[in-house]
Design a protein around this ligand. Structure first.
Ligand SMILES: [Zn+2]
Length: 631
């Protein structure tokens, strides 16, 4: 643990999943590519099995209880019988293993002597076999983030899961192209839950991983999971934070949510409630006359309505200890994760059309007292039956504050309930794959490959090409540093022009509405080459890129359509002369002091068709001529 835990005592453990740049998947020879067309499909149902220790995983039972089938779509270009679980896995890819070992070495982890592939139960359908293959390759190590040392717990080589395409009430659809793609998972020691620090740590770790040169690039190749807990509380796992800049927001959201749940528990404890007891009553008949349209319709359509009572919880489901956070919302999320639309609870009966008379009837039918809460579930009979135990469990958990659960990060930086946290019985050995000894020879070879520290790499970039540290870091983060070096070496251009064209301009133009994908490396390189050949001035680069982005025209056409061919010296002279003529008084009065204004006007008129240095040179000469007394 790093630093003090702060007032809230929030602790955050980061787990980064980074795709490795390999030529094949981990357990077969398929290439790790994304298939646009997935012409074939098959269907499977998974069931939870007992692990070797005899237990059944609660997360597995949860997913199974949803009763959904899984449809897998695939293409022979990216999947084979291994992904379909119809053929045993091939031996572990040594390319993937080497990459993961190098990551471990780079993080200062102790590399383990023998790599054992394990099966980790995953029953959300994202693996055709019902498990993910995973192998720990390193333990321990650390990174130093701006003076704060953060420990590494483990470095693990894993296969990625299938890509989810969609989900409806009866099935989930997956693409098999991503299944089996090699990933390295780095789990860090918890740091204090300072949202900014968590963001910094993740950014830093991403940079270290990239320094190995063994990781895949681009959007979607890195995924962050968080383990968040308040001091002494249960750990909440938040999965799938895709964007680095969302991390601080997600941490802040969890801090507020977990604190709110602790407040609810405190109120219960202060009221002397040590345990919440629940009752379950089928109220379908009564619901046929309900003031709530939803309940009435479900009951009349042959569905089921169940009332779950919770002793002593009245008033606490609708209470907002912090804006937007209510126990009632948590309960509704559990229902939604169990295929129901949500719940109606007694703190919002009025709002849902349930009047006093109906509430009185419900209290009579269920035996609920005045201090007890009632939670109503409605839906298809089997779905309601599967959901009731989950709701009971959640309500009972209110006394303990924060329950251990797995949540998903949303694009807005919030979190949503997914399922209970997996138990500890979810690993067992993969007997189809032989263990691999890590020899001294392998370690010695790896030792030679450990990369230069990324900070040194950034400093070197800045120094070699006379760039600001900030620009060098942007190049490194954009993963275009190698491309930059190639272009800067090839073209007779100021490196800072090459750098800003590669990393600053696309983002700036994106803010002006130019779609970023339209400005790929090929287009950017071509524009830079055109400048280097002297065909256009560097000042014209933004206009050319805008034109290319707007019409998808090629660079040549964009230049012609804009009339941006570089102005020759006589054209520049003509423009400067007309500007000076227009401002004759100014030039006479101020002499050289008029330079800036005249320069601005001339550049505006030349609109990117001339190099600023050439314009300045001619203008200065003209001004000094004009300043000389006439004979
Ligand atoms: Zn394959």
């Amino acid at each position: 643990m790093v630093g003090d835990s702060g007032q809230s005592g929030l602790l955050v453990g980061l787990e980064i999943h980074q795709q490795l740049a390999c030529s094949t998947k981990l357990f077969c020879n398929c290439p790790p590519i994304k298939s646009e067309a997935l012409p074939y499909h098959f269907e499977r149902r998974l069931r939870p099995a007992q692990s070797e220790t005899g237990g059944v995983d609660p997360a597995a039972v949860f997913e199974f209880s949803k009763g959904k089938s899984n449809k897998y779509f695939w293409s022979p270009e990216s999947s084979c019988l291994v992904e379909a679980d119809e053929e045993p896995p091939h031996p572990l890819s040594l390319e993937g293993l080497d990459s993961a070992l190098l990551v471990a070495k780079t993080l200062g982890s102790k590399v383990i002597d023998e790599v054992h592939v394990m099966r980790k139960i995953v029953i959300d359908g994202s693996n055709t076999g019902g498990f993910q293959r995973t192998a720990v390759v390193g333990l321990g190590g650390s990174i130093d983030v701006g003076g704060e040392k953060v420990g590494v717990q483990s470095v693990t080589l894993e296969e990625d899961a299938a890509r989810i395409l969609g989900e409806d009430s009866t099935s989930r659809q997956f693409a098999l192209d991503r299944l089996g793609v090699p990933l390295v998972e780095v789990a860090l020691d918890p740091v204090r839950g300072d949202p900014e620090l968590v963001g910094k740590v993740a950014l830093y770790l991403g940079r270290v991983l990239r320094s190995t040169g063994k990781v895949a690039r681009g959007l979607g190749t890195i995924r962050q999971d968080l383990n968040v807990s308040l001091s002494g509380g249960k750990v909440v796992e938040v999965k799938g934070v895709q964007k680095l800049n969302l991390l601080p927001r997600v941490v802040e959201y969890e801090r507020a949510r977990q604190s709110a749940l602790v407040s609810v528990a405190s109120r219960l404890n202060e009221g002397g409630v040590k345990a919440v007891s629940c009752g379950i009553t089928d109220v379908t008949d009564a619901a046929r006359d309900s003031g709530s349209r939803v309940l009435r319709e479900r009951a009349l359509e042959g569905g089921k309505v169940v009332a779950v009572t919770a002793r002593g919880l009245k008033g606490l489901l609708g209470w907002e200890p912090a804006p937007g956070f209510r126990l009632g919302k948590e309960v509704a999320e559990v229902a939604r994760a169990n295929s129901l639309g949500g719940v109606i609870h007694s703190d919002e009966f009025e709002h849902q059309g349930i009047r006093q008379q109906e509430e009185a009837l419900l209290r009579t039918l269920t035996g609920a007292g005045a201090d007890d809460a009632i939670v109503l579930l409605a839906g298809l009979s089997e779905q309601v039956d599967a959901c009731v135990p989950r709701i009971v469990e959640r309500l009972k958990g209110a006394v303990a504050g924060v329950p251990a659960e797995t949540r998903a990060a949303t694009d807005a930086g919030e979190t949503r309930y997914m399922r209970p946290r997996p138990g500890s019985q979810r690993m067992y050995p993969e007997t189809d794959i032989p263990n691999i000894g890590v020899t001294r020879r392998m370690l010695a070879d790896l030792g030679k490959m450990v990369p230069q520290n990324w900070e040194a790499r950034v400093s070197k970039l800045a120094e070699t090409y006379d760039l600001s540290e900030d620009m060098a870091l942007k190049l490194y983060d954009s993963e275009l540093d190698s491309e930059f070096e190639a272009l800067a070496g090839e073209l007779k251009l100021e490196p800072s022009v090459v750098a800003s064209t590669l990393v600053d301009l696309p983002a700036r133009l994106a803010r002006e509405g130019v779609p970023e994908p339209a400005l790929g490396l090929d287009i950017l390189s071509e524009v830079l080459r055109t400048v280097a050949r002297g065909k256009i001035a560097k000042e014209a680069i933004p206009d050319v890129l805008k034109a290319v982005g707007a019409g998808n025209r090629d660079v040549e056409m964009a230049i012609r359509s804009l009339g941006l061919e570089r102005a020759d010296e006589s054209r520049i002279r003509a423009v400067i002369e007309s500007v000076m003529l227009r401002n004759a008084g100014l030039a006479r009065e101020k002499g050289d002091a008029a330079f800036a204004q005249l320069m601005g006007e001339a550049m505006k008129e030349l609109r990117g068709r001339a190099d600023g240095a050439a314009v300045a040179r001619i203008l200065k000469a003209k001004l000094s001529q004009a300043g000389r007394p006439s004979k």
